[in-house]
Design a protein around this ligand. Structure first.
Ligand SMILES: Cc1ncc(COP(=O)(O)O)c(C=O)c1O
Length: 416
């Protein structure tokens, strides 16, 4: 029906669908008083590690904890520089700062919105120098060692990992994946000649299970995946006040555990993740069919041949994004903007000294991107209605002489 609202995200329907299984988790916690640790947590960790094709999974309190713990456990030290992208949620860079390091940025590729490996190469070759005796890489301006890179698999699509890992090996950097939006995304690695799961490619990877994620808890939750046993053990300690066993604190840590109830919920929902991701991919192809004809006026998500994205978000680009958002809002269609201000222009990072123009691809994207409704239960009829309103808007804009979002290509970026 035309008047019915289409939400940006429907979190109620999937919980209703599996209500009895999910409420049984609360019964189990209530009957056993197993609120922290225990079999529900261990079972989820085992299953999520298997899903991600890694040897270890360590449940933690949030995705932010996961990035922070992964960096610390992998060996990032106070005073280091860790490179990521400006087009991400602030938790990525917060976690870098909270590990004692300083975030620095390279711009994204204009079509995938993820780290541009060519710009990472340029950053390492031009803005850094290698110490002849130690072999360590130093940022020339900052005079600090660059020790890690955090590619973000934004919107549910893997970053182009082969060239990033090549560069990391060449320059001695740790790779920590921010897979907080990419549960189940896959990347075809030419290095390994096979498809790899997001979360299995770096030294460690961080996941968020915030409720709106493809795998979402009933509150805050996160996890680190890794194939490195030492990193796994260190994270088990970091999440639990640095304890190696009860009240034996080998170091200071954090209160960063994953609740048993959340783990129990995640363990159930994990069974439906692959099917949900498949539905999202179908919804993305339908958008492609419905909106493809207007490709001159609206830029649709780009999925390279090496990627199987899981469409946590379906992000299009148009000029006059605010007007399109209002137009859809008036038709009862929910949308989002991920994210309106790139990190280097956030007030919180004034101290880093960046200004407008430093990362032009991220800046342009931030002004044009709009996330359309995307969730496994989105129906064909709903997508048709969304597409009809989008097309109505972009056609009217075209007729009034306003051109489409110019495709954003990768540009040479920055300078502090
Ligand atoms: C890319 C990215 N990194 C990190 C996080 C942090 O996760 P959390 O909100 O669970 O702390 C998020 C969450 O939205 C995210 O999208």
């Amino acid at each position: 029906m035309e008047t019915q609202k289409i939400p940006f995200l429907d979190l109620v329907a999937p919980s209703r669908e599996h209500k009895s299984e999910l409420t049984a988790v609360f019964d189990q916690a209530l009957e056993t008083a197993g609120f922290v640790g225990g079999p529900m947590l261990e079972d989820f960790e085992r299953n999520f590690a298997k899903y991600c094709q890694t040897q270890h999974c360590i449940g933690v309190g949030s995705g932010t904890d996961a990035v922070r713990f992964a960096l610390i456990a992998a060996g990032v030290k106070p005073g280091d520089v860790v490179v990521t992208v400006p087009n991400t949620f602030i938790a990525t860079s917060e976690a870098i700062t909270q590990s004692g390091a300083m975030p620095d940025f390279v711009d994204v590729d204009g079509r995938t919105h993820n780290m541009d490996p060519e710009l990472l190469r340029r950053y390492l070759q031009v803005e850094c120098s290698v110490d002849g005796t130690t072999g360590r890489v130093y940022n020339k301006k900052l005079g600090k060692p660059v020790t890690a890179v955090v590619p973000v698999h934004l919107y549910g699509q893997s970053a182009d990992m082969d060239p990033i890992i090549d560069l990391a090996e060449r320059f001695g950097l740790l790779v920590v994946e921010d897979a907080c939006q990419a549960h189940g995304a896959e990347y075809f690695s030419k290095r390994q000649n096979r498809w790899l799961k997001a979360g299995s490619m770096g030294r460690a990877a961080a996941f968020s299970f915030y409720p709106g994620k493809n795998l979402g808890a009933f509150g805050e939750a996160g996890a680190v995946t890794t194939n490195d046993g030492d990193i796994a053990r260190k994270i088990q300690m970091l999440r639990d006040h640095g304890q190696s066993r009860k009240y034996y604190h080998d170091m200071e840590g954090y209160n960063g555990r994953l609740d048993a109830i959340q783990a129990g919920i995640l363990r159930i929902k994990l069974r439906y993740l692959a099917a949900g991701n498949e539905r999202r991919r179908e919804c993305a192809s339908r958008y492609q069919e419905l909106l493809g004809a207007a490709a001159e006026r609206i830029t649709l998500p780009f999925e390279p041949a090496w990627s199987k994205a899981v469409y946590h978000l379906y992000v299009v680009q148009v000029q006059n994004r605010e007007q399109l958002q209002n137009h859809l809002g008036e038709a009862g269609i929910g949308t989002g903007i991920h994210y309106p201000i790139p990190l280097h222009l956030q007030k919180a990072y004034k101290n880093l000294g960046y200004s407008k123009g430093d990362f032009p691809v991220s800046e342009k994207a931030a002004s044009q991107i709009l996330s359309l409704p995307m969730f496994p239960g989105l129906t064909y009829a709903q997508q048709e209605r969304i597409a009809q309103h989008v097309l109505e808007f972009v056609d009217a804009e075209a007729n009034s002489g306003i051109s489409a979002a110019s495709p954003i290509v990768s540009l040479t970026s920055h300078g502090r």
